[in-house]
Write a protein that binds this ligand. Structure first.
Ligand SMILES: *[C@@H]1O[C@H](CO)[C@@H](O)[C@H](O)[C@H]1NC(C)=O
Ligand SMILES: *[C@@H]1O[C@H](CO)[C@@H](O)[C@H](O)[C@H]1NC(C)=O
Ligand SMILES: *[C@@H]1O[C@H](CO)[C@@H](O)[C@H](O)[C@H]1NC(C)=O
Ligand SMILES: *[C@@H]1O[C@H](CO)[C@@H](O)[C@H](O)[C@H]1NC(C)=O
Ligand SMILES: CC(=O)N[C@H]1CO[C@H](CO)[C@@H](O)[C@@H]1O
Length: 260
């Protein structure tokens, strides 16, 4: 909450006097406070309207000669609250609240005094880093890594020499269907998967050196794997032939007993 208020305050400070559409991002379930951008409510009888999507009047404030303005709620009453005399608080924001919120001031004519493009987003889902391929020699290590989320997946390759690494195809970025950002990049000798949107981010990070040493498909490890496989096959074959032998022996014994 504080974070958004601060961001917003800084924005207003920078753009005081403009009535551009200010983007505001809110996490689902949180509250957000929108300000009238310094509009004057000291003049008796002046009216400030808070509107949604240019048409629905949410709240009408009738200014009261310096006293607190009179508040009339119209549409979406349960969503709104007036705080600090004229600011609009949107409570427990849901995705359907997304849209344009504007404040207009009416004294002799109606002026738009503040306008916000509010977008309500869920926090991003976790991201997983998977090592797909590692080739490590004494002089270099090359690796391919995949970053995946519930809905999307990207991969990228890296080559590391003596001391430094580079990303073969440059930083990889994908905009997911939910308009989140999925990225793979190198930072400080680590591969980072970063899944982010305007209100949150998650990461999965692994040191390149660790990837190279732990996932190395070197000939030794490869032969080790093959050895395990051969052992398993031999054991299976042994068990199988033993059971066949036992079955045949039992059958034979039964025939002997019957005939004898
Ligand atoms: C408000 O406007 C936004 C953006 O134009 C739109 O996505 C949304 O459906 C509108 N909401 C309502 C209730 O009209
Ligand atoms: C690696 O380092 C050694 C000694 O520091 C140098 O001789 C060699 O050229 C380097 N190799 C690469 C591929 O940079
Ligand atoms: C992930 O991306 C977000 C948004 O671009 C950024 O703020 C954050 O610092 C990044 N995290 C890491 C670990 O790089
Ligand atoms: C390759 O693996 C060895 C250990 O098996 C490790 O010491 C070395 O640092 C790795 N090479 C690179 C370039 O990371
Ligand atoms: C927010 C977040 O997920 N941060 C993590 C980024 O990755 C590092 C290293 O894996 C973690 O220590 C952070 O907690």
């Amino acid at each position: 909450m504080e974070r958004f208020t601060v961001t917003w305050t800084v924005f207003i400070f920078l753009f005081q006097g403009f009535s551009a559409l200010t983007p505001v991002f809110v996490q689902t379930g949180e509250d957000v406070v929108l300000d009238v951008n310094g509009a004057d409510c000291s003049e008796d009888g002046a009216i400030i309207n808070w509107k949604f999507n240019q048409s629905d009047i949410l709240v009408r404030l009738t200014c009261n000669n310096g006293k607190n303005p009179t508040v009339h709620k119209y549409e979406y009453k349960e969503r709104t609250e007036i705080i600090e005399e004229t600011s609009l608080k949107l409570k427990n924001c849901q995705k359907s609240f997304s849209g344009v919120y504007s404040a207009t001031r009416f004294s002799r004519k109606e002026d738009i005094v503040a306008e916000y493009n509010v977008r309500v987003e869920d926090p991003v889902s976790p991201v997983h880093l998977n090592v797909d391929l590692v080739f490590n020699t004494s002089t270099f290590c090359s690796l391919t890594v995949t970053c995946s989320t519930d809905h999307s997946i990207i991969s990228s390759s890296f080559t590391c020499g003596n001391k430094s690494c580079k990303q073969d195809d440059g930083q990889q970025t994908e905009v997911t269907k939910q308009e989140n950002l999925l990225q793979i990049y190198l930072s400080d000798q680590s591969v980072i998967c970063n899944h982010s949107n305007h209100i949150s981010w998650t990461n999965s990070t692994e040191k390149v050196e660790l990837i190279c040493t732990l996932n190395n498909a070197s000939p030794e490890i490869l032969s080790h794997h093959i050895l395990i496989r051969i052992t398993v096959v031999v054991l299976l074959a042994a068990v199988l032939s033993a059971s066949v032998f036992f079955y045949v022996w039992k059958k034979k014994r039964q025939t002997c007993l019957q005939s004898g």
